[in-house]
Write a protein that binds this ligand. Structure first.
Ligand SMILES: [Fe+2]
Length: 305
């Protein structure tokens, strides 16, 4: 069983075969050894195909990209997000100018509630690939967001735990979080629309072949086919890996700041330390792919698909 012990952690940002040519169209400044990089020299209001291709590579390398001083509005934000794929409409969160633009508005009445490590919408059969979050109004101090590299978290597990979880799946469910805001009738209706989703605990990212730990505290209810006590003990151990600072980066928001994270390979935590100050953010989310585990990923690779 995995023990959490002090000492050096050996971190890998990418696998050895990652395409690590230098970026030519912008400057990249890392925030930590494996996760988070500030991109300088890009206007998100006008991105050509070559910049888009380099951003894609940078996002795979750094998992979350940060942009400062972006003079873009909700329409520009949405237009940039649309370049990456189909946009997601969240069934439980309030929208702004368009159904696929989520508005997170916190004031003295509504405190921040995303201060738990999680990956977005893992209770969907097809969870999102990534999200682009734009700061509209930020507190003078506080309100940072942290991200955790779940590939590094996987790598940090001992071999016994890796072997144990390699072929396991876990169930993800919205009922313990968003479900609490609904009436029983509404919850039953949403449950039909969004039944519990079963995903591999070890997810393989198709573009990179990287294995990531794919369970999170608010949405993962239990491990499939395991007795409740064994499931909760193992799950607790796995979700706690996001707590390790060596796998994390932290970003301080300014007006016009934008973060673009890969929701498959990371978890995030919005620090709720600014109450009762106001914090308004807008998020546009890109629909992803169905998670695959190591066995399915290697079968696909063997078939050359
Ligand atoms: Fe989130």
């Amino acid at each position: 069983m995995l023990e959490l012990k002090a000492g050096p952690r050996t971190l890998r940002r990418t696998l050895d075969d990652f395409d690590d040519r230098p970026y030519e169209r912008f400057d990249v400044q890392p925030l930590s050894p494996t996760i988070g990089a500030a991109v300088r020299g890009v206007d998100l209001g006008s991105v050509d195909d070559e910049v888009l291709a380099e951003l894609r590579r940078a996002r795979l390398e750094w998992k979350v990209l940060f942009f400062r001083d972006q003079a873009i509005d909700a329409a520009d934000h949405r237009a940039f997000a649309s370049r990456w794929g189909e946009l997601e409409v969240h069934p439980f969160l309030p929208s702004a100018d368009a159904p696929d633009v989520i508005r997170f508005a916190k004031d003295e009445k509504i405190g921040g509630y995303e201060n738990v490590w999680h990956s977005d919408v893992t209770w969907r059969q097809v969870p999102s690939m990534g999200s682009i979050l734009r700061a509209v109004t930020v507190p003078r101090l506080g309100g940072d967001t942290l991200w955790c590299d779940m590939g590094a978290a996987y790598d940090g597990l001992d071999d016994e735990t890796k072997d144990r979880i390699d072929g396991l799946t876990a169930v993800h469910d919205f009922v313990h979080t968003f479900g609490r805001l609904l009436s029983d009738e509404e919850k039953a209706r949403k449950r039909e629309e969004f039944p519990p989703a079963e995903h591999p605990i070890v997810r393989v990212i198709p573009e990179t072949g990287r294995k990531v730990l794919y369970v999170n505290r608010p949405f993962t209810s239990h491990i499939s086919g395991m007795q409740p006590e064994e499931s909760s003990t193992l799950l607790e151990l796995l979700v706690r890996q996001a707590d390790v600072p060596e796998y994390q980066c932290r970003f301080h928001w300014e007006p016009g700041s934008v973060a673009f994270w890969d929701n498959r390979t990371t978890q995030h935590y919005a620090v709720s330390d600014y109450h009762p100050q106001v914090r308004v953010m807008e998020r546009v989310t890109i629909i992803g792919d169905r998670p695959v585990g190591p066995a399915a990923a290697s079968a696909t690779a063997l078939a050359g698909v």
